[in-house]
Ligand binder design. Structure first.
Ligand code: FES
Length: 153
């Protein structure tokens, strides 16, 4: 443990407190856990790269609407780098507060992003995480295949 801490150089009060918590072996907890979930829109080496022939990600529109509608307190918005499944660009990932993530790919139309903005507004209004709209269900995919019995340790 001390060896690991040698490389951890606290730089402010938050990181000092965090390093002390880790050093004491206490569980970490975030104060930013009150949202219903977090949505990650991928903008990496493929997703959103219209210069490479992939559909554009309307990032500025999404960010502006999320901010104007104050959706971040309900569904936290993240624009991420490559999340892995580039062959299904454009990808987004929904991480609900229950921790069971949901993956969607092949987004190519602005209305799909507008549908997600409306969905986040509906979640905000309802005060609960609602299912992803049916119109986007065909974009759902399984990110990781279950390990077969042969590959399990
Ligand atoms: S760039 Fe989006 S999954 Fe790789």
């Amino acid at each position: 443990m001390d060896h690991e801490l040698e490389h951890f150089q606290p730089r402010n009060a938050q990181t000092i407190k965090l390093s002390e918590t880790i050093h004491r072996g206490e569980p970490l907890a975030t104060r930013r856990s009150s949202t219903l979930g977090q949505i990650f829109f991928c903008e990496g080496c493929c997703c959103g790269r219209s210069d490479k022939g992939f559909p554009a990600l309307p990032k500025e529109m999404i960010k502006e609407r999320w901010k104007t509608l104050k959706l971040n307190g309900t569904i936290q918005l993240t624009i991420s780098g490559c999340m892995g499944p580039c062959d299904l660009a454009n990808v987004f990932y929904l991480l609900p507060s229950d921790g069971v993530g949901q993956w969607f790919g092949g987004l190519a139309e602005t209305w799909q992003y507008e549908t997600l903005i409306q969905w986040a507004m509906d979640c905000q209004q309802a005060g609960q995480l609602l299912p992803i709209p049916r119109s986007l269900e065909c974009h759902r995919f399984t990110r990781f295949q279950p390990m077969s019995a042969a590959t399990q340790v």
